[in-house]
Design a protein around this ligand. Structure first.
Ligand code: DP6
Length: 330
């Protein structure tokens, strides 16, 4: 058995990835910018069976062996790694999230990044993080950004080799917090992969794409200057623009629950009436991520907890890039 274990943080996008120019390679319609998370990570051990004993890949997630149907996306990713190494070995993969799956924190981002890092290391493939970012992207676009710590931009690119993430600033650059308000922990009905394909059916897609370069520039600048009141408005605008595209796709994707809107209204009220420096963003689900500086996080957490529709709150700091661990999960 050739075995390796990696720990990789998930990430929250400030400017979103939504829609694909090339669906088979996951080449996006625009760049996106995210913050890698320290406190929401996936640890994955990949053990390649070079003895030929296993006749299928095995996937154990959070202690539960996954069915063949639920392992399909993993097997397809392992096929890419097998192709790179020129082997036909099956793998035993054990993975653990330190946050609830379907919590609105992207487990596929940290999951596919960790699978890529551990899988390639166990195969003895010596690849830099840029190359690993391209490989992770093939199975989950947002995973490409988790190959770097801190503040990261995924450059759209035009091909399999240049559609990769680049680091903007390390995690120590700005002590932000992602305070996630969970209003529903139900699994989503449609994966983002399906949603990306629908984006082009929205009459609003062109409007978002026409503006996104300006929003990316504003976000880069706000992060460079550590200006929360510059970052906040643009991330809210882009999250609302992405959800407008989702809602106006055919079929329409309506991820929000009543609790989602309750939080958005509350955030604006806290900001307007009490000058609380907190802003929202929302991924493909009903849960809301509140972005603020470290000093504001405790009060934001307390207030969220008191809202009737909030089931639970998870707080994360900016985190490091991938780490290879000596201790394995199997
Ligand atoms: C809304 O294709 O990376 O989170 O299907 O979970 O792998 P998975 O998602 P992915 O799409 C992410 C979409 C997004 C925005 C973002 O993270 O940029």
């Amino acid at each position: 058995m050739s075995v390796a274990t990696a720990r990789v943080g998930s990430n929250i996008a400030f400017i979103k990835y939504w829609g694909v120019a090339d669906a088979s390679l996951n080449i996006p319609l625009s760049n996106s910018i995210s913050m890698t998370l320290a406190d929401a990570h996936t640890t994955t051990t990949v053990a390649w069976d070079d003895t030929g004993t296993l006749d299928t890949d095995v996937f154990v997630l959070d202690g539960v062996r996954q069915s063949a149907a639920r392992s399909q996306r993993l097997t397809r990713h392992l096929d890419i790694l097998r192709g790179l190494a020129g082997v036909t070995w099956r793998a035993w993969v054990t993975s653990q999230n330190n946050f609830p799956t379907a919590s609105g924190i992207a487990s596929s981002a940290s999951g596919f990044a960790a699978l890529t890092v551990a899988g390639c290391a166990a195969l003895g493939l010596e690849l830099d993080n840029t190359r690993l970012s391209a490989i992770a992207r093939r199975s989950s676009g947002s995973a490409s950004r988790s190959l770097f710590g801190g503040f990261v931009e995924w450059e759209q690119g035009t091909s399999d080799t240049d559609s990769v993430a680049v680091p903007l600033h390390g995690p120590e650059h700005w002590d932000l917090r992602d305070v996630v308000a969970i209003v529903s922990s139900e699994e989503k009905k449609l994966s983002s992969a399906g949603g990306h394909l629908l984006a082009k059916s929205s009459p609003l897609l062109d409007g978002r794409i026409a503006h996104v370069d300006g929003w990316l520039a504003e976000t880069r600048q706000a992060i460079a200057e550590r200006e929360i009141h510059r970052l906040g408005p643009v991330i809210e605008l882009d999250a609302l623009a992405m959800h407008s595209v989702m809602m106006t796709s055919t079929p329409s994707l309506l991820y929000w629950q009543p609790g989602t809107l309750e939080i958005l209204q509350a955030v604006r009220r806290w900001r307007e009436e009490e000058s609380l420096a907190v802003y929202f963003t929302i991924d493909a689900g009903p849960n809301v991520h509140l972005i603020c500086e470290a000093e504001t996080a405790a009060v934001v957490e307390t207030r969220l907890t008191s809202l009737p529709s909030v089931e639970r709150v998870i707080v994360s700091r900016p985190g490091p890039g991938p780490q290879l661990l000596d201790e394995h999960l199997i």
